[in-house]
Design a protein around this ligand. Sequence first.
Ligand code: C5P
Length: 222
Amino acid sequence: MIPVITIDGPSGTGKGTIAHLLSNRLGWHCLDSGALYRVLGLTAQRLGVELDDADAVAALAVRLKVTFAADRVLLDGEDVTDAIRTEQAGMAASRVAAHPSARAALLAWQRARACPPGLVADGRDMGTVVFPHAPLKVFLDASPEERAKRRYKQLKEKGLDANLPNLIVDIRERDTRDRSRQVAPLRAAGDAVVLDSTTLSVDEVLDRVLKEVRRVFPELVP
Ligand code: C5P
């Protein structure tokens, strides 16, 4: 059995950052499953496929050729790392991710990312659906206002346009869709460790996660 650590939660909780830091620390692989849905949303938009058309989106998902190479995301060999990071791509991802058939088409690809020595997987349903037997599951949460503030700061740092009230509305809308969809809704697995990062720094969250890693895999972290 390849060891897997899942880190789920809504957008803006810092789970991507924590997953990245943790996988580096352990020397494990890292799966950013949100990037997969973002690539699917981007592909649908580029091809003019209606995001709510479940059959058409699932057909795209079956053929999707995504490669994660170092910190870049490639679609059919094209570097789409920056293109998938916009708010619009996030919203498109959340719409295509609502289709059960599209999710099913991406399941095997995600599970195949579990390779030795181990995998840190971040997303919404890593602990509930994709890796239900993972020995350590973390669910990271934070208030919508704090998440919007973090996103605002990130966008400003990149020199991009950002509006805080709009970001709060977007985050709430995406949360509602992710939590209320019928298949793989965003929720903590029953056996997940729930961490609220609203008032914590990245280092503090990482410390708490490492404490859990030590508990479950005592041989891995001194
Ligand atoms: O994590 P990120 O913000 O990149 O995810 C973008 C969208 O992809 C989420 O809002 C969610 O709708 C979808 N997603 C999902 N399941 C995952 C990861 C992401 O449905 N495991």
